[in-house]
Design a protein. Structure first.
Length: 525
């Protein structure tokens, strides 16, 4: 793997690559090419603009837009200014975006013309917001990136950097309703790969000769980590606004994509897309997948159609993305049972399973999976109690139940927390339950995940109507859509007379889930 040993700062990625291969293509977006030298110079201008606007090291800078080359130039500019990158899911509703901007105390905002209407009613109420820059289009109220950037051209500020300093704040759905800001230091994006390199571990061999398809959004840890890894290796990154299977197939063939990272739902969509069988996949040498367990039949079909090496990655936002990997050789070693494993830890990463008392369990016994990685978060933003609960003596408690076999392979068998994973999106029922409980016809509600072969899991709401009320499924769903991003809206609603509860009054989610998961080997899909 081609990786400069010294790079442990996000801000250094464009600097180092501009020095090593200035005229090499760093990014391609909708046919527009950007060299590493151009990326370095433009990100420097962005940094200068942020500093001129009063953004200080440690301030949070928000990004609300679909991915593009311009977005990545601004991400690197943010890092050069010493600020913290705070990507926001562009599919969220105004209520959800407002919470993140307020909670993160955003000092600046980069927003696309598409997403501008979502924040027009929010920005004036943010006292700490010093600058709003439009990434594209035109606006009478806010400067547009290209002209704003040209006005702030200058030398790289070269502010002091620290691998331990927080560089990214990424919001995950919250167990109690509101999302939490996961604080990731610079090292989260480099130290696992560096450890592999020191141990002579090639992983998937990312190098300057590669063409990497960045199909997963940068507001997700998987998308940002993949793009950083690709660019830091000097590879050419193909940036897409958002994943569509038809475009992905075209890009793989036309651009000669060699490496791609996807969630299982994306793989399913590619295989189901008309024209897949006629696509030339000969350039593709590695497909990395993760985000949720993959059905073995889907994996076997994908391996046959794509004809490349496969690697599964497992980790959390809190672990800086991947901590465990099922290597290409594990996919073709003649042990089919390994296809159900998440893989083994990378060099420098430790994994254990513990019981309810925190004691480490022997091989084969199911407990909570805990991860000690050089990429682990420093904690949740302004959530000390949640940090103490999740980050214990440096170990991230994942909330996943599983076991480690005699050979060190990690198997995920269930989920201790209520979290639902649908098409790679982490969804916590508490947030949805809070919204649905405000509907006048709802007395009680419980939200669960049910298996789905395409998306992994789907959101189901189980509702107890208020006495005398007769709420309809359509109005419950309409209420949810008005307050929640579409991927959080329940796909189905069941009405019941009462929810099953423990003697202490806690809803028995396991009882509600059991009929849908009965007969399956795992409690996650």
């Amino acid at each position: 793997m081609s990786l400069p040993e010294t790079v442990r700062l996000i801000a250094d990625v464009p600097r180092v690559q501009a020095r090593l291969r200035p005229q090499a293509v760093a990014m391609v977006h909708e046919g527009r090419k950007t060299t590493f030298l151009e990326m370095d110079r433009r990100s420097t201008a962005v940094a200068r603009g942020l500093i001129a606007a009063g953004v200080r090291p440690g301030d949070r800078v928000a990004f609300l837009a679909r991915d593009s080359d311009r977005l990545y130039e601004c991400l690197f500019g943010c890092a050069k200014a010493g600020a913290v990158i705070m990507g926001i899911n562009w599919r969220l509703k105004e209520r959800e975006v407002r919470f993140i901007l307020e909670d993160g105390e955003a000092a600046a905002l980069f927003v696309s013309a598409e997403c501008l209407p979502l924040v027009e009613g929010i920005v004036d109420g943010l006292p700490g917001l010093r600058s709003v820059v439009l990434l594209d289009g035109e606006s009478r109220s806010h400067p547009v990136l290209e002209r704003w950037r040209e006005a702030h051209a200058g030398d790289d500020p070269r502010l002091p950097g620290d691998p331990e300093a927080v560089a990214v704040q990424m919001y995950t759905s919250g167990t109690t309703g509101n999302p939490k800001g996961v604080q990731l230091p610079n090292r989260s994006f480099f130290d696992v790969i560096l450890s592999m390199r020191r141990h002579g571990d090639p992983w998937i061999g990312m190098s300057p000769g590669d063409v990497s398809l960045c199909a997963f959004p940068s507001f997700h840890i998987g998308g940002l980590w993949w793009a950083m890894t690709s660019m830091n290796a000097g590879a050419c990154s193909i940036i897409v606004r958002s994943f569509t299977p038809a475009e992905a197939l075209d890009l793989i063939q036309e651009r000669g994509v060699t490496k791609i990272c996807m969630v299982p739902a994306m793989i399913q969509m590619l295989l189901d897309e008309p024209g897949c069988e006629a696509t030339d996949f000969s350039s593709l040498d590695h497909l990395v997948y993760g985000g949720s367990p993959i059905p073995v039949p889907l994996l076997e079909r994908a391996m046959e159609v794509f004809g490349c090496e496969f690697a599964q990655i497992y980790g959390l936002t809190e672990t800086g993305n991947t901590a465990v990997c099922l290597r290409p050789e594990d996919h073709r070693c003649g042990r089919p049972e390994l296809l159900r494993a998440a893989g083994r830890p990378y060099p420098g990463v430790r994994v254990k399973c513990i019981d309810r008392e925190g004691r480490e369990l022997p091989p084969g016994e199911v407990g909570e999976i805990c991860i000690l990685s050089p990429a682990n978060m420093v904690g949740y933003w302004k959530r000390p109690d949640a940090t103490r609960e999740t980050l214990v003596d440096g170990w991230v408690h994942t909330g996943d139940a599983g076991f480690i076999d005699e050979d060190g392979y990690v198997f995920v068998s269930d989920r201790i927390k209520d979290m639902i994973i649908s098409a790679g999106e982490n969804i916590y029922p508490a947030e949805i339950e809070s919204v649905l409980a405000a509907h006048p016809g709802v007395a009680e509600v419980a939200v669960i995940g049910v298996p789905d072969e395409r998306w992994g899991e789907l959101v189901k709401a189980v509702v107890v109507p208020r006495p005398g009320a007769e709420p309809q499924v359509a109005e419950i769903l309409a209420h949810a859509r008005a307050h929640l991003a579409d991927f959080k809206v329940p796909r189905t609603v069941d009405f019941v007379e009462a929810l099953p509860r423990t003697p202490s009054g806690k809803v028995k989610k396991g009882v509600l889930r059991e009929p849908f998961w009965r007969g399956r080997e795992r409690g996650v899909n």
